[in-house]
Ligand binder design. Structure first.
Ligand code: ADP
Ligand code: GLC
Length: 488
């Protein structure tokens, strides 16, 4: 045990305590998979109210009132409430001045970024760096600091300028569209040396960027699918960082996300009206009828029911979906959308529902249980993302016997096989892929899926192919372990 690999996994969200998207799921499932492979992974989390009150076996571990740039905080040691054998140890930064507030982890209730986000996630990054160095006040010293998203992007920068012993760093990009860009005055305010404010450093077009700092100073960079790793090395998906990413491409690895196949299993998911499996798919129809009823749609087993669960945003192509929804009803087909985000898109969805109350339903908000009932109850999942670093819902869908329709981008390409005569014949067809991001291409693909749906034998085959795929974390976790090991 003494030679065990130790990893500090720094993340701004984790399921089930705080989740705004896929990062929350990954931050629980990947550490659990690594722990089952004997890697001693522990999480470092900001102490939002739901995290401080939600973790189990809390105890105070250290005091951080000496970090003069930040309000006083304490470090708690605790466990995630996962009810599983792989109980994950967590460190929680309890800083009332920065984290005890109503609203979301990154934004207030009205959707505005917290004005002190640089300080909030500067503290997460800073404490990550302290714990990963010989300045740490605790006895557990990690070999690797694994940073996730811009919120922990300054950890590699702080460590770079730390003179003593320190852990190696891995920076994982979950979405390059979010970079944590703040005015340059933050460099001094957060306690970074002036020398770091350079093109070879944290500087980004006159501002400072948390993510760029991580990408520049980390020993290794990963992102959440091999295809996205290629895409971000050029415009437009490099979002201004393609030069740096290309220069560091020998240190950039794409590892496709897995899913927690125990958490996401239609045979055991307690949110479903009826459990089912690949061998006993009949239970899926019970979920469809219940969902149609719950959402106020015409209850009809024969009509194809499409659905989407996502952030309502330009990235996710929600606008495209809204535009073609009236045509979808004419197929005829039904549509259910669960999501929240862009206020204009939320309003447009609401007026669609008013116009087509029997065929289109929407629930604005974040609802984990409903998202699972939708995965189980719909026939076909819609994911017309303009870009998608990995995406988890297309994998949840396949596991739930709900073939997804996806745009050929990012991780969607790595995880969904288009249904063609050839892929149907070789047993790999698991969904539908469209190449050009237009309303026409999406509609044509929806019609193609509807035709397959009407051919019950073909549809069963696509469903079963998807359900048989191994989306678990075993291979991905092994790839992360190899990277950690290569940095020792
Ligand atoms: P992203 O992280 O870009 O939002 P992913 O596909 O990786 O996209 O992960 C999204 C996760 O968030 C999935 O688990 C999805 O079910 C969940 N999710 C998104 N919106 C909602 C919502 N409104 N209600 C419940 N779950 C949601
Ligand atoms: C991001 C990406 C999504 C990915 C998730 C988890 O939110 O948008 O594609 O699946 O992170 O890595």
């Amino acid at each position: 045990m003494r030679n065990q690999l130790r990893v500090l996994f720094i993340t701004p969200e984790v399921y089930p305590l705080c989740k705004t998207g896929g990062l929350g799921d990954v931050s629980a499932a990947l550490p659990a998979a690594l722990r089952s492979m004997q890697v001693d992974v522990r999480l470092l989390l900001p102490g939002y109210p739901q995290i401080v009150s939600g973790v189990k076996y809390k105890s105070k571990l250290a005091d951080f009132s000496h970090l003069t740039q930040f309000p006083p905080s304490t470090l708690l040691s605790a466990r995630l409430p996962l009810n599983k054998s792989e109980n994950i140890p967590v460190f929680v930064i309890d800083c009332p001045g920065l984290f005890h507030r109503d609203g979301g982890p990154y934004m207030d209730k009205s959707g505005r970024d917290w004005p002190d986000n640089a300080l909030r996630f500067g503290l997460l990054s800073k404490i990550g760096a302290v714990l990963a160095s010989d300045a740490s006040p605790i006895a557990w010293y990690p070999h690797i600091a694994h940073c996730n998203e811009w919120q922990s992007g300054l950890t590699p920068a702080f460590l770079h300028f730390h003179a003593g012993q320190k852990a190696a760093t891995v920076m994982t990009i979950h979405n390059l569209a979010f970079q944590g860009i703040f005015p340059s005055a933050n460099v001094a305010q957060l306690g970074l040396p002036a020398a770091s404010f350079d093109i070879d450093g944290v500087e980004y077009y006159g501002n400072m960027s948390f993510l760029k700092a991580g990408l520049y100073y980390a020993n290794h960079i990963t992102t959440v699918s091999p295809n996205y790793a290629r895409e971000i090395q050029t415009e437009p998906l490099g979002f201004g960082l393609q030069g740096l990413l290309t220069a560091r491409r020998d240190r950039l690895t794409g590892i496709v996300n897995g899913i927690d196949t125990g958490e996401w299993d239609p045979a055991t998911d307690t949110c479903l009206v009826k459990n089912y499996s690949s061998g006993k798919l009949s239970g899926k129809a019970v979920n469809k009828a219940a969902l149609q009823q719950q959402m106020g749609l015409t209850v009809d087993a024969g009509i194809p029911l499409f659905g989407a669960v996502s952030r309502l945003s330009h990235q996710k192509g929600t606008d495209l979906l809204i535009q073609l929804a009236p045509q979808l009803t004419k197929i005829p087909a039904q549509l259910i959308v669960l999501g929240s985000g862009d206020a204009v898109l939320e309003q447009q969805l609401a007026s669609l529902v008013d116009s087509y109350p029997d065929a289109i339903a929407a629930h604005i908000g974040f609802d984990e249980a409903l998202s699972r009932r939708i995965e189980a109850g719909i026939d076909c999942f819609l994911m017309p993302s303009r870009f998608e670093p990995c995406g988890l819902n297309q994998m949840y869908s396949q596991r739930y016997g709900t073939p997804p329709i996806v745009h050929a981008t990012g991780g969607l390409v790595d995880t969904v096989i288009d249904s063609t005569p050839a892929t149907l014949a070789d047993g790999s067809a698991s969904g539908f892929v469209f190449a050009s991001m237009t309303q026409n291409a999406l509609l044509r693909t929806i019609i193609r899926a509807t035709q397959a749906y009407r051919d019950k034998k073909t549809w069963r085959r696509i469903q079963k192919n998807g359900m048989a795929k191994d989306f678990g974390w075993r291979i991905g976790a092994e790839a992360y372990r190899e990277i950690y090991q290569s940095l020792l």
